[in-house]
Design a protein around this ligand. Sequence first.
Ligand SMILES: Cc1cc2nc3c(=O)[nH]c(=O)nc-3n(C[C@H](O)[C@H](O)[C@H](O)COP(=O)(O)OP(=O)(O)OC[C@H]3O[C@@H](n4cnc5c(N)ncnc54)[C@H](O)[C@@H]3O)c2cc1C
Length: 294
Amino acid sequence: VICDDYVSPSSVEEALAILASLQGEGRIIGGGTDLIIQLLRKERSALTLVDVSRIPGLDDIRAEGAQVVIGAAATHSQIALSPTIQKHVPLLAEAVSWIGSPQIRNVGTLAGNVVNAQPAADGAIALLALDAEAEIANLTGRQWVPVGKLCVSPGVSRVDATSEMITAFRVNAASAREGFAYERRARRRVLALPLINVAARVWVDSDGSRMRDVRLAAGPVALVPFRAVQTEAVLRGQPISSNLIEEALATLLTEAKPRSSLLRASKEYRRELLAELSRRALTRAIDVARGTGT
Ligand SMILES: Cc1cc2nc3c(=O)[nH]c(=O)nc-3n(C[C@H](O)[C@H](O)[C@H](O)COP(=O)(O)OP(=O)(O)OC[C@H]3O[C@@H](n4cnc5c(N)ncnc54)[C@H](O)[C@@H]3O)c2cc1C
């Protein structure tokens, strides 16, 4: 037995009221692809699971002006296959397509991916590069918070799923002269932990020669999903050249810290992989921004 009770509220307000009445002994569950395993291993405990995956409308994906809003219960499959996401946020569609297997993507949610707080979480890495915000609802109200502020350390999120929940994410829709790429390598192509994953997003100026702005996020190269701000500073505003990218990669290898891991690979190999995948991601994103790539 992994819990005493399971409830399926039909609104966010009802879910929050149930959590409040359980005084820390209830916990939100989405697809359960992380949480059920953690309950079975006794890494977490909860007397009552509060399932938010059936709340009507919580899986909506919609364009709102220049932004796209993704409901917290949207599964990775819904996101990857959504025409709105494919058109306006292709980086996210690409990243979540890598998660697990079809079975995992059919039930696993973006909110679960973020609150599970793993430094290599594919959804979280993409959301970082997208400057995404999460709407957090609790008894005091609702608040938008940058996703980059949510992960504290491996497995620890600022979102306390025993008393509050993520209801939605919002990201800016891709604009003209903006390009994206997601690169990921694992020991095998599917259903495997990433050795390194990288999300790149670049903006080029009107003739495509200068990098107006850039975001680069990577995992697992720190205790939390990592945004390479020093590397971005090297690239920002500069004329694009292979020398510039090499200079940026040298900075990346000073600020990102891949570790040796029995599950993943040696630090030396993962540093080389980080540089190569970042080189590919930046190059591909630049091509897309210039309108010469796919
Ligand atoms: C075989 C397998 C392969 C996997 N492969 C990958 C992979 O390649 N890449 C990857 O990134 N992940 C992978 N995962 C991990 C997992 O599938 C994802 O992290 C998934 O997105 C978790 O979402 P979920 O809805 O199942 O979360 P759950 O297990 O339901 O919940 C995870 C955590 O989030 C909390 N939570 C869930 N929803 C909310 C909410 N709306 N508000 C607040 N808190 C919430 C829960 O309380 C819990 O602490 C894999 C898992 C398995 C079992």
